[in-house]
Ligand binder design. Structure first.
Ligand code: GFP
Ligand code: GFP
Length: 825
């Protein structure tokens, strides 16, 4: 960015010298240290405090403007926000990065080392949580009034370590050294009832009313994380709720000797925001998770209503015109009966009017077709924790079935039982997916193919009932974090080539296509890729002690570990390659480094076995002198946003190899392509749209299509056919039973072979293996053509404009939220 531009963007002009003085001032007066003895953490804290002077000013200004103009706002309810680090991002978004860099250089501090001091804010699991983070970045950048609502987890996602190749989970204590990017707001605390019973009585007018007598009250304390839009004009808020006990401490019990009892309620209440995704295999775990969901939804709705009433008092008629609530997956679906409860029980509104408001307020995003993601809670659990909500759900369901369903399919009990919110059976269950669809105004999937499957396979009857309820919004990623901030060298080259406006208008990158065949530009582009690979090489060495050669192909698969994402298909191919090399050590092959990053859910045994197998194969391959370093495998521990930022700019190949129909969209595929990696992928999720945008010749597609997968399953898939039909598959699978990779311990990897054979290979790895292997050969052939490869990489960067999260947000605004931007003075 030019100097003039940066100064113009920075909110309030500031020179490096002033920034430096501000850092020193904070070091002294905020953190009580000085330049001679400050720790690295103190320098980072002081720099963040200097930066926050701009952030808080804009935050207040934004809130004031939104209040004065009484803007309609969207409220993004999500159990996950995978924010990553904020220092670098906020400096970039405020146009202060270069200023801060100079200021720190004068203090003899390297800005890249400084930002590494920050712990990731890992309040999420994978794509769903990171999508929420990209969305709030785009909302602020596009000057749209928006609030993110979630939970202030004390511990985010676990920290992953490897011990002898096994995943070990350690607690993530991201706030141990404080977090300068959050503000506690005790003035906006909410009290949330749970448990208890419902009393039916008559009110003064003789009408039957319900009164919930809660068994316990939990306090919700909000923490605000400022969300700085690019250019810093709008700073929105992410409000995260922390749970506390209402009576901080029971004096009477304590004084009479019940020291432990006095703390009991405290501990129980505070457990609610303790961890992300408590193990919900036990009843206690399920109860905790349902309470988490209710807790943050109830706090958030009360917060929204308090704000609404400030402008509209008790007049509810504008509520749905002012308030849009987006439900990120079914996790916050309990917000629907909660709003009904507030309107009907507390505001004394009649049912139909309340239901109309509800349906106009909520919309729901579906992120997966996998059945385990459509949550169900037992009626028994609901009765215990949220007795009044259960009654409301019954009433929503009764009216829905008796009027809407019966009108369309008179007397059809089969359809009724399928669409009912209550699942009958041995244990009656509340279906949160059905509740979300019934209570929402719009339902969207996250890529074209996924949204089509939501309509045709997941919710066909609902789609027949309400044809315009279902829509698509293809996911996107913010180019601010995922290109500008994480790949500074490429960003500068792009600035020089097409100007510096692309971070807010990614379509500008399209102009890079004119340079795709220009030898000089190709060299500059590929030199940057090489430098990024050199940088990653150092990270790999530091984290795994493995030496890799930056001139090899860097082939990267980064995403949650899951059978449908098929890290184990990648592994099969690696083992096949290794075997080919052992059989023919002089085989002509471009050296390749396969790089993984993934966490497995702690209770997901096979996923953990796959990690172990990859680590064991890596050990063997990396130390096998017979193959002359042609093949390396590394699994980087503790994959998270900040590690992704180092891996993505260094990728040559992007592995997007899910079974067709299973990956709703994918967003890593977008980040990697944007940074010039060539995708090897199936026709699944957003891969299909990426191939359309960047051109079939600039990606490598393999494998069964959605329809072919369906046909194969219907006809009866037998993995043994592939085992006996393909000598290489058989040899590789049999390898798992030996102790080749686990010396002295045969059978340690057998669970993986079993999953492919006796387990039925549910994700069709064997069916796709041959085509995948051919695809990998195509990758190699392409890579050998240096010019062709550079051209494809450049065109990937150029043509990814559609996958900017600003475009996704614009689609949400047009199709769902009907929101207007608001200029903040
Ligand atoms: C889920 C889906 C992905 C999708 C994201 C965001 O992410 O296909 O891109 O949600 O919509 F599976 P994961 O948590 O599985 O990564
Ligand atoms: C407003 C202000 C905040 C202040 C809270 C609580 O926010 O600065 O901390 O009130 O008084 F903007 P909301 O009312 O919008 O939460």
């Amino acid at each position: 960015m030019t100097k003039a531009k940066e100064t113009e963007m920075a909110i309030g002009k500031i020179t490096p010298k002033q920034f430096k003085e501000s850092i020193i001032k904070h070091l002294n007066s905020t953190f009580g240290t000085d330049i001679n003895k400050a720790s690295k953490k103190a320098w980072w804290n002081a720099t963040s405090a200097a930066l926050n002077e701009f952030v808080y000013d804009r935050l207040s200004q934004t809130q004031k403007t939104h209040f004065e103009k009484d803007t309609r706002a969207v409220h993004y309810f999500s159990l996950e926000f995978l924010m990553g680090r904020l220092t670098g991002n906020n400096l970039h978004n405020l146009g202060l990065f270069e200023t801060a860099k100079k200021a720190l250089t004068e203090l003899d501090i390297d800005i890249n080392t400084l930002v590494d001091e920050e712990e990731d804010m890992a309040l999420g699991n994978g794509g769903l949580g990171r999508l929420a983070a990209c969305f709030i970045d785009s909302l602020a950048t596009m000057e749209l009034p928006a609030i993110g609502y979630g939970i202030h987890y004390e511990h985010g996602l676990f920290r992953q370590e490897f011990k002898d190749g096994h995943q070990i989970e350690r607690p993530d204590s991201w706030r141990e050294y404080g977090n300068p990017f959050e503000i506690r707001r005790p003035e906006s605390i909410q009290d949330i009832p749970v448990y208890g019973y419902v009393e039916t009585k008559f009110n003064d007018a003789g009408k039957v009313v319900k009164e919930w007598h809660p068994g316990r009250i939990i306090k919700g304390v909000p923490w605000d994380v400022p969300v700085v839009g690019y250019s810093g004009k709008t700073v929105n808020v992410l409000r995260l709720w922390e749970s506390r006990a209402t009576n901080f401490f029971n004096w009477d019990v304590f004084n009479s000797g019940g020291y432990h009892d006095a703390h009991k309620e405290n501990v129980e209440s505070e457990t609610i925001s303790k961890v992300l995704y408590p193990n919900d295999e036990t009843d206690a775990g399920k109860e905790l998770r349902l309470i988490q969901q209710y807790f943050f939804c109830a706090c958030s709705l009360k917060d929204i209503i308090r704000r609404y009433k400030r402008a509209h008092a008790d007049d509810w008629s504008n509520f749905s015109a002012q308030v849009a609530v987006q439900l990120n997956d079914t996790h916050p679906a309990i917000a629907i009966p909660e709003l009904m409860r507030i309107l009907v029980d507390r505001a004394d509104m009649d049912w139909d009017q309340a239901w109309k408001i509800c349906r106009e307020t909520f919309s729901y995003t579906n992120h997966t077709l996998l059945p385990e993601a459509l949550e169900k809670w037992s009626v028994r659990l609901f009765e215990k924790v949220l007795p009044r909500h259960l009654e409301i759900i019954y009433e929503i369901n009764r009216r829905f079935l008796e009027s809407e369903v019966d009108a369309k399919w008179p007397g059809d009990n089969a359809i009724k039982s399928k669409l009912s919110i209550i699942e009958e059976g041995h244990e009656r269950m509340v279906r949160m997916g059905n509740l979300s669809v019934i209570g929402s105004n719009k339902v969207n999937g996250v890529a074209e193919v996924h949204s089509a499957l939501v309509k045709s396979d997941l919710f066909p009857e609902f789609n027949a009932l309400w044809t315009d309820k279902f829509t698509n919004v293809t996911n996107g990623v913010t180019p601010r974090r995922w290109l500008k901030a994480c790949n500074p060298a490429l960003s500068k080259l792009i600035d020089k080539t097409v100007g510096d406006q692309w971070p807010t208008n990614q379509e500008i990158l399209r102009d890079l296509d004119k340079k795709a065949d220009d030898a000089k530009f190709q060299k500059a582009y590929m030199d940057i890729k090489h430098e990024n690979k050199v940088a990653l090489t150092k990270v790999i060495k530091e984290l795994t002690d493995v030496d890799v050669d930056p001139s090899a192909i860097f082939d990267i698969q980064i995403k949650r570990l899951h059978e449908y994402k098929r890290q184990h298909l990648n592994l099969l191919h690696i083992m096949a390659l290794y075997r080919r090399l052992l059989q023919n050590p002089t085989m002509d092959m471009v050296p390749r480094v396969f790089i993984f990053g993934a966490k497995a859910a702690p209770g997901y045994k096979l996923a953990k076995d796959i990690i172990y197998a990859i680590n064991k194969v890596a050990d063997k391959v990396n130390n096998d002198e017979r193959i002359g370093g042609k093949l390396k495998v590394v699994f980087l521990p503790n994959y998270r946003v900040s590690l992704a930022e180092k891996m993505i700019p260094a990728a040559d190949v992007s592995e997007q190899i899910s079974t067709a129909g299973k990956e709703a969209s994918g967003t890593g595929n977008m980040k990697l392509a944007l940074n010039g990696a060539i995708t090897i992928g199936t026709l699944d999720g957003a891969n299909i749209e990426i191939a359309e945008e960047v051109g079939e010749e600039n990606v490598v597609i393999f494998g069964l299509t959605v329809d072919e997968v369906k046909a194969l399953k219907k006809q009866g898939y037998n993995p043994w056919d592939y085992y006996y039909g393909n000598e290489e598959i058989k040899a590789v699978l049999d390898w798992f039973d030996t102790d080749y990779f686990t010396p002295g311990k045969p059978g340690e990897l057998s669970s993986i072979k079993n999953s492919f054979l006796d387990g039925g290979d549910p994700y069709l790895c064997l069916a796709d293996f041959e085509s995948y292997s051919e695809g990998q050969k195509e990758i190699e052939a392409k890579y050998k053509d240096k010019k062709g490869w550079a051209r494809s990489a450049i065109l990937n960067t150029a043509y990814m404009g559609k996958f900017n999260s600003d475009r996704s947000i614009q689609d949400y605004v047009d199709r769902i939220w009907k929101l207007k931007s608001c200029t903040v003075k």
